[in-house]
Design a protein around this ligand. Sequence first.
Ligand code: CTP
Length: 405
Amino acid sequence: MLAGKYFVIGVTGGIAAYRALDLVSGLVKAGAEVHVIMTAGAQQFVKPLAFEAISGHRVHFDTFETPPGWRYPHLELARRADMALIVPATANILAKLACGLADDLLTTAVLAMVCPVLICPAMNVYMYRNRAVQDNLSRLRRIGFKVVEPAVGRQACGDEGPGRLADVAVILEQIRMMFEPKKDLLPSTVLVTAGGTREPIDPVRYISNRSSGKMGYALAETAANRGAEVYLVSAPTRLAVPAGVHIINVETARQMYRAVMELYPRVDVVIKAAAVADYRPRVAAEQKIKKNDDDLVLELEKNPDILMELGKQKKHQLLVGFAAETEDLIKHAQAKINKKNLDMLVANDVTRPGAGFGSDTNVVNILYPDGTVEPLPLMDKLTLSEVIWDKVQQLKAGKKIDAAD
Ligand code: CTP
């Protein structure tokens, strides 16, 4: 699949620079043509000769040094590349790319690229968690870069946490997935719910929650890419509907209940990522409520628990729930699996940094009815959605998931 593909690998100045050698080697072994751009910082860690020996090509450093037959190195590299990677990506390169700077060969070439660019950050955990770095990563994702989350563990400096360069095997798998998305969900029909429901108080006000819908939309997008027929029942969000997905827009929990129940008999899998309001105002005022008294009491009544009802009526379907918790994550999540008759539950502590509402990333535990708990590292919501569909596929095949997978 990678044979004959043209890769541009940007190596920036971090201790993980030497691990880019393994990546180049893996790509070359797979038959790819690999051209390396090293920044000045990268050359402090690894000699260019090492990359030249493994890639079989001169390393590029300089915007103004033109190889024979090339007019503009940055444009030649950008035009030829089928894919570019930044491995490792330092905090500095993330900031430069997020701002669109072009002050060396790597940044200038990346600006000119129309191919996918995969960024593999690696840095100290505190630098990685820094708000500015996380904001830059969010912006990079939003403008179309793909990010391979760093691994968690002991770092060269002795600190522990996320920030180690992802395993080269994981990066290679991501590359393969981008060239040839799996079609392993064909011919399933799946239903995903997303967003936070709105429960009207009057014509201008409602009760809702902080859900952005990003997780549900990511699940719908990956399922469609992997060949499933996808129904997305969505409460209001600001997100674009993924290509090839049937969208059913709803606003309230009761509308979501009706839409989901109607689709239920014809779907194989339901993933309920929506944040459904548990209560609604007993009466939605017909006219805007005026501010007269000092206090206003709203009487609330319970909404249907959609997932619980799906659990009761379950026949051939596989049911996956989400649980957003702020305390006693595993205990509360385990209780939901049993109460709602679920096959799998994705639980996240929404108070953790990098997890939950509005974030592009998530940190979750996957729970099963037999009590198994599988913690997953911090990852972006698209990658997490791939992992969730992998787990669903394993469950459908009757295989129990190994926590070490
Ligand atoms: N859910 C649902 N209908 C509801 C409430 C929740 O279908 N009325 C689904 C959610 O989509 C999610 C799962 O149930 O997949 C768990 O939702 P969560 O809000 O975490 O839990 P609740 O069951 O509402 O319990 P609590 O609010 O007490 O934690």
